[in-house]
Design a protein around this ligand. Structure first.
Ligand code: NDP
Length: 295
């Protein structure tokens, strides 16, 4: 029979191990689908680089279970969440408080749990701008910009793009009414217009086309407006993949000057979220390099 003292100590050890596990701060990304997300790898690299001990999980949650899943994550030791397709707009309505940029966007991609309160923020805009301006050297001032898509990601990037004082910003969407809603929301910030894919004027060459549809996640290539691309157009796909995304292939096939996938934005917006959660800003350059991203 086992010595009761040894047994007692063993139980204490095990309890200690369990408690230790529980005290590791939990983060994650919630989406539907979410299996494509590379956020766990990025946050692991940030944690290693900054010496922070965190756990970061992929959480596939259907829209109707979103509220319950967020509260459950919070109750079980969650400290913060990233929110991805298609939940960003819905979460903006669930949070108790939000930053100015998240309120302006009406979309949340980062939740910070403050006691029992949910605080929402949006790091998509700053993430995209850092990638375009700093990593890729794209000048947005006086640029003619076309965004394809009018979902949660577009909500997060329109305001910051308008702050860069482009000559024009058009939002084209499969459902034009949704693009028009965004124009109503953002028109006080700058020259923004809306239309359907078929109505993008052929006469308007664009300096920058951003694909913010989720069509690529399902392997689709919607009828993107061919006339919008010239040999001077920089094409940027918010979607990313280990092989070229359908939009980046489409852009190259239509003679774009450059076609880049959204790895850089992914890493930059993640760094901003990490900073909000942990108070330490990771250096993104080595992480981009480590992920062997050749956008
Ligand atoms: P949402 O679900 O909120 O919006 C999806 C958008 O895509 C809508 O405008 C929708 O149009 C459009 N869409 C979906 N399927 C099709 C299709 N078959 N043909 C044409 N349009 C279509 O998603 P998000 O805005 O949150 O995300 C959009 C994409 O951006 C995702 O792929 C996401 O992974 C990526 N992303 C990448 C980031 C990065 O850091 N690199 C950051 C944020 C997002 P409709 O309104 O007509 O339904």
């Amino acid at each position: 029979m086992c010595d009761p003292v040894i047994l007692f100590n063993r139980r204490r050890e095990l309890a200690g191990a369990v408690n230790e596990k529980v005290t590791i701060d939990r983060y994650g990304v919630m989406g539907y689908p979410v299996s494509h997300s590379r956020s766990p790898v990025i946050h692991r690299l940030f944690a290693l680089q900054t010496g922070q001990e965190i756990r970061y999980e992929l959480l596939q949650v259907a829209p109707e279970k979103l509220d319950t899943a967020i509260r459950q994550f919070q109750r079980t030791g969650g400290k913060g969440l990233n929110i991805t397709v298609p939940h960003k707009h819905a979460v903006a309505k669930l949070v108790d408080q939000s930053s100015e940029r998240a309120s302006t966007a009406g979309a949340v991609n980062t939740i910070i749990f403050r006691g029992s309160e949910l605080y929402g923020d949006n790091t998509d805009g700053i993430g995209l701008l850092r990638d375009l301006n700093v990593n890729l050297g794209v000048n947005l001032e006086y640029a003619n910009i076309l965004i394809l898509g009018a979902g949660g990601a577009t909500r997060g990037i329109v305001g910051p793009l308008l702050e860069m004082q482009p000559a024009s910003l058009r939002i084209a969407n499969r459902t034009p009414e949704k693009a028009q809603k965004l124009v109503d929301r953002f028109e006080s910030l700058g020259p923004v217009t809306a239309c359907g894919f078929d109505d993008v004027p052929a006469s308007e060459p664009y300096d920058l086309i951003i694909n913010a549809t989720s069509a690529g996640l399902h392997g689709g290539t919607p009828p993107y407006p061919e006339a919008a691309v010239t040999e001077n157009t920089f094409c940027y796909d918010l979607s990313y993949g280990l092989s070229p995304t359908p939009f980046s292939t489409w852009a190259r096939d239509h003679g774009a000057a450059k076609s880049v996938m959204g790895w850089g934005m992914l890493v930059e917006q993640a760094a901003e979220s990490f900073h909000l959660w942990r108070g330490v800003r990771p250096d993104t350059a080595p992480v981009l390099k480590q992920m062997n991203i050749n956008a």
